[in-house]
Design a protein around this ligand. Structure first.
Ligand code: DAH
Length: 350
């Protein structure tokens, strides 16, 4: 083997040994660099005659081209290897299932409220909404509960800025103020009709929402929910209340043999007043009376505060607790679980 063939072979072998681009560039310098072997050979040509230059130059050039080709090959191989490593590192398994965005769901109490709204809607009731910061007038006085009324002591609440010293603003203790608010608006709309001695369309409404009291244990939370109901017309009676409420409870609990008991009670804004107990015929709660609502015939003073003549208009109201209805429906015995915000509990209702 002549010297040049040996040189090509050595260069090729060294290039093959280079495992990184830097190694390869260093190896290249040994042969093709300024003082590399090939360059040295080229410089040697100067000493030769013209004829020899031609012949020797051509051979050296061939060797140089062979070395350059070997370098190019190795460069390409290293680039391929590097790309492969990168592709492996960034490999994407397109067969894996996609990552789902967490889909939220309705809170169990919201579900209950939607259910209540759907059932009462089907019986011709509107749904109304009102403020949680309420005035003393709407929360108490207009509901026949004046400042010194003992019934106020059961409605200890949170007082907030606004209002006057005698009648401060407060977080509403029940949804009953919505009776007045909604009726007043309704009456305003039909004032001309009423003044002309004609009957206004009946008021038939429910008003669910948040309510507040200073109270906290397994069955009471400082924030809780209520749903008010009001039906005012010319001929609305306790019998209607009984029918409506029985229908509601049986639909809500999906139980046709559920029975109701109206137990006499007292509320300042109704007269007579009752508490509604229900009893399941089967299931874990079978045979027990469970209180679910307060109700009664709207007190004449309240009808008056609605802007109506109590000699002419009569009706009934009820107030129930969606939290308690949710507990009964799902068999939950601690109300606080609903408001702790623990997804392990809440996601069970999705
Ligand atoms: N507002 C009452 C309470 O929170 C519940 C209630 C009782 C509402 C009788 C009514 C009713 O509309 O007629 O204790």
């Amino acid at each position: 083997m002549n010297e040049l063939d040996a040189l090509v072979q050595t260069a090729t072998a060294q290039f093959e040994q280079a495992t990184t681009v830097t190694d390869l560039e260093n190896a290249k310098a040994q042969f093709l660099g300024k003082s590399g072997r090939v360059t040295e050979l080229m410089k040697g040509l100067a000493k030769l005659s013209v004829e020899e230059k031609k012949a020797q130059g051509a051979v050296i050039n061939q060797a140089k081209q062979a070395i350059e080709a070997a370098l190019q090959n190795r460069r390409a191989a290293l680039a391929r290897a590097e790309l492969e490593i990168q592709l492996k590192a960034e490999a994407l398994d397109v067969t894996l299932p996609g990552r789902q965005a967490g889909i939220g769901g309705l809170h169990p109490v919201s579900r209950t409220i939607e259910r209540i709204e759907a059932i009462f809607n089907s019986m011709g009731f509107d749904v109304a909404d009102g403020p949680e910061i309420e005035s003393d007038w709407f929360n108490f006085t207009a509901l026949n509960t004046p400042a010194d009324h003992p019934a106020r002591s059961m409605h200890d609440t949170f007082y907030v800025e606004g209002g006057s010293a005698e009648a401060p603003n407060l977080l509403r203790t029940h949804t009953s103020p919505m009776q007045i608010r909604h009726a007043v608006q309704h009456v305003k709309k039909y004032r001309a009709l009423i003044d002309a001695g004609q009957d206004m369309p009946e008021i038939r409404v429910i008003a669910p929402g948040r309510t507040y009291r200073v109270d906290s244990d397994a069955t009471h939370s400082p924030m809780f929910h209520q749903c008010e109901g009001l039906w005012i017309g010319r001929n609305v009676s306790f019998k209607d209340l009984r029918v409506i409420f029985t229908e509601f409870c049986r639909t809500y609990f999906e139980s046709d043999d559920l029975v109701l008991r109206f137990r006499p009670s007292f509320f300042p804004f109704t007269e007579p007043s009752a508490e509604v107990d229900i009893q399941f015929a089967s299931g874990p709660l079978a045979g027990r009376w469970l209180e679910v609502a307060g109700c009664g015939q709207v007190h004449p003073n309240v009808v008056r505060n609605m802007g109506l003549d109590p000699e002419h208009y009569i009706g009934f109201a009820f107030g129930m607790g969606p939290d308690r209805l949710t507990m009964l429906r799902y068999g939950v015995n601690d109300l606080r679980l609903f408001f702790d915000g623990d997804l392990r509990f809440l996601s069970q209702f999705q």
